[in-house]
Design a protein around this ligand. Sequence first.
Ligand code: GDP
Length: 426
Amino acid sequence: MVKAVVGANWGDEGKGKITDMLAKEADIVVRFQGGANAGHTIVNGYGKFALHTLPSGVFYGHTVNIIGNGVALNIPVLIQEIKSLTDKGVPAPNLLVSDRAQIVMPYHILFDQYEEERLAGKSFGSTKSGIAPFYSDKYAKIGFQVSELFHRELLEEKAEKAAGIKNVLLEHLYHKPLIDKEELLVTLDSYREMIAPYVCDVSAFLDKAVKEGKTVLLEGQLGTLKDPDHGIYPMVTSSSTLAAYGAIGAGLPPYEIKEVITVCKAYSSAVGAGVFVSEIFGEEAEELRRRGGDGGEYGATTGRPRRMGWFDCVASKYGCRLQGTTDVAFTVLDVLGYLDEIPVCVGYEIDGEITSDFPATARLAKAKPCYEALPGWKCDIRGIKEYEDLPVNCRNYVEFIEKQIGYPVTMVSNGPGRDDIIYRKK
Ligand code: GDP
């Protein structure tokens, strides 16, 4: 049984918490895309953790955690992250890394910085983790696969080729120090030492696991609106954030994904540049940011303040549709308990017409939000375990949004912890 946990929006919907929670019943958790550019925040008995590369199942002794071939693998960051867990008393995770995963090279990170410098004010708001240069090289077929670390001659040949191409740009476009091939090989040798204990033929491992009836969770990073094809291109990430890509980025047949749990936050937040129709500003935004998430809406990886907004039914309906949602996990609802009235974006006005269909980027830029205000519930809903025990205005908020987006909300999260969850029937 394979399930995917993915985001409907711009990321930071609380996927880490939902994955950590569902991992209790899972045998395997797989990261299938993205890199160390974003993070999940997880709160559990060991403390509070920001995971960037490790799958969110690492806190359970019974789960196998896998970094799939679709991930941008930064080896030293991964090793550091494992250490940050074990330093806090978490047992060393059971971890496997795909032999087909590709490696984020030191020069990918540098190129990310240099390109942002070059673009100056016109930059994409990159986290400078090397993700865009990494995926560019992957598809330009000059990337390095983990398996190649174990073939020294091939590695030398490839390092020579990569340095040759990169040095042209370093010299003539960026005017920065050149790559030394021998130095690069020393780095790659050290990567081999670090990663060797974890390397595995992941698709073969998963094939066997699925045939044995194991439960596999595919854990997405970011959300639909950051997908390079279906998101707000070009202000997107460089790998697909959709559940469908879970099949490719893990190495599984697409028909094995039986459940798609799409995580939607009860209000909106986004990091980086790009159109954000229901964005709010000033004191209203500052208050939501301060109260939001668990200790404020600031990036788990970058610490950047997140852009804030009201719930966007247009973007979320689209976000859920592209994910192929079977279940919506509606998170961070507890945070809204301070508001008298809660605006919800129910349509976009574009060129004088109102639509509930999320458009492609050029048209999106013209969209203005249409709001409907729902009454707040003005109390703390943390600790409530049964849906019927939620205040009526709170249930109305959930049901109003459920109707607008058209997908069943089967989980309501009312706190950051593993047990802060209310299940609902479809
Ligand atoms: P992810 O990348 O989708 O996992 O999202 P993040 O971890 O960046 O952001 C979610 C934040 O909200 C984290 O700080 C979580 O601990 C927190 N969180 C998740 N679910 C809830 C919830 O239901 N209530 C509250 N108050 N915080 C939550």
